[in-house]
Design a binder for this molecule. Structure first.
Ligand code: PLP
Length: 392
């Protein structure tokens, strides 16, 4: 059965056009792009084509793009590069709501003796700019703040932060893994020095990513070995996936405005209907400033896992902000940092859409979700109290 897939912030399906472009490079063109012969040299040109397409999506120069193995590697590389480039500086600034790719790397640096500031957010998940301004000091080696949050979709004021840091001549990295391909990004106008993206969030395969490094930014490689990527990232290139990432970026650039409108319309329809049909529901995150494909909703007095399991029986994929289904044993660190009460965190569900979702799929969720919530509340002691006071 084809799933109704509303978990696109976790990963996206590979676009058919992307797969078609990749297959010859998994079958017949298996050469090494570093080889002298034409069979390999041809691949070098294909990699450069892909680099130009990735660059075009964010309006960068091709030589500012370094291919990596994933968003996590791009994030780790950016932070480590600044640490190595400014060895006398011992302070790193990030937020409490970053993806583990940044958060856990910064915790690792803290264990190594670096001073790390984890900036708080307010209830809608927005950065407190005053705390940010107070945190920046001459000892700061790097500021790493995400472009958009993977759980709530909340978009951060990256341009404003970047302006401040540019004046202070401090390196700024943004994890834009969830933003690239969903909303337009133009690095010519955005004061960031480094920006991470990941293939599998925009209909390219897993296992490929890229790091944008602005010309003139001090850079130190994280993976050291051969001369690939002009010595900035060693290791024989993942040729087919890089070609796939190039194609995915080309498609995203071509359709980004239309697609953003499309999944916003579907997301708003889903969200609006569920708010109306299910009592005691709240949206988590700043609804004014969100990715157009994401909604994070708390269905109070029920467990997120229980909702997911019931949805799964209908072939509907989503994810929850609580406990083990999100891959960790802890309730979402993002929702906790936002001060969302535990009873709401435990019932939180993220729906994240893509170009491949349809209105019919949205309507199916609108039909099923209120039934699931009602049924689960009937089973839970808190839910029973609520149901006795309200009717669906
Ligand atoms: N950063 C953010 C905001 C993400 O959402 C993710 C993946 O979910 C990553 C980084 C890590 O990307 P990857 O899975 O390619 O390592």
């Amino acid at each position: 059965m084809k799933p109704i897939y509303f978990d696109n912030n976790a990963t996206t399906p590979i676009a058919p056009e992307v797969l078609d472009e990749m297959l010859p490079y998994l079958r017949e063109f298996y050469g090494n792009p570093s080889s002298m012969h034409t069979f390999g040299g041809h691949l070098h040109r294909k990699i450069e084509d892909a680099r130009a397409k990735v660059a075009a999506l964010i309006n960068a120069e091709p030589e500012e793009i370094i291919f990596t193995s994933c968003g996590t590697e791009s994030d780790n590389t950016a932070i480590m590069s600044a640490i190595e480039s400014y060895p006398q500086k011992r302070h790193v600034i990030t937020t409490r709501v970053e993806h583990p790719a940044v958060l856990n790397f910064c915790k690792h640096l803290a264990r190594k003796g670096y001073r790390v500031t984890f900036l708080p957010v307010d209830k809608p998940g927005r950065l407190d700019m005053d705390t940010f301004l107070k945190a920046v000091d001459d000892d700061t080696a790097i500021v790493s703040i995400m472009y958009a949050n993977n759980e709530t979709g909340v978009i951060f004021p990256v341009a404003e932060i970047g302006e401040i840091l540019r004046e202070r001549k401090m390196p700024f990295h943004t994890d834009a893994v969830q933003a690239v391909g969903k909303i337009p990004i133009n690095v010519k106008e955005l004061p960031v020095d480094m920006l991470s993206l990941s293939g599998h969030k925009l209909h390219a395969p897993k296992g490929v990513g890229a790091l944008y490094v602005r010309k003139g930014t001090r850079f130190y490689p994280y993976i050291i070995g051969g001369h690939q990527e002009r010595g900035r990232r060693a290791g024989t290139e993942n040729v087919a996936s890089i070609i796939g990432l190039g194609k995915a970026c080309e498609l995203a650039k071509e359709h980004i405005d239309k697609e953003a409108d499309y999944f916003k319309r579907l997301r708003d329809r889903l969200e609006g209907a569920l708010l109306k049909l299910c009592p005691d529901v709240q949206i988590n995150g700043d609804t004014e400033n969100r990715l157009p494909n994401t909604t994070n909703m708390s269905f109070k007095y029920v467990e997120g896992e229980a909702i997911l399991l019931r949805l799964d029986e209908y072939g509907i994929c989503a994810s929850s902000g609580s406990a083990c289904t999100s891959g960790s044993l802890e309730p979402s660190h993002v929702l906790r940092a936002m001060g969302i009460p535990f009873n709401a965190i435990h019932g939180s569900i993220r729906f994240s859409l893509s170009r491949y979702n349809t209105e019919d799929e949205v309507d199916k969720v609108i039909e099923i979700m209120p039934l699931i919530i009602k049924e689960l509340r009937t089973l839970s002691p808190y839910g029973k109290v609520i149901l006795s006071k309200q009717s669906f």
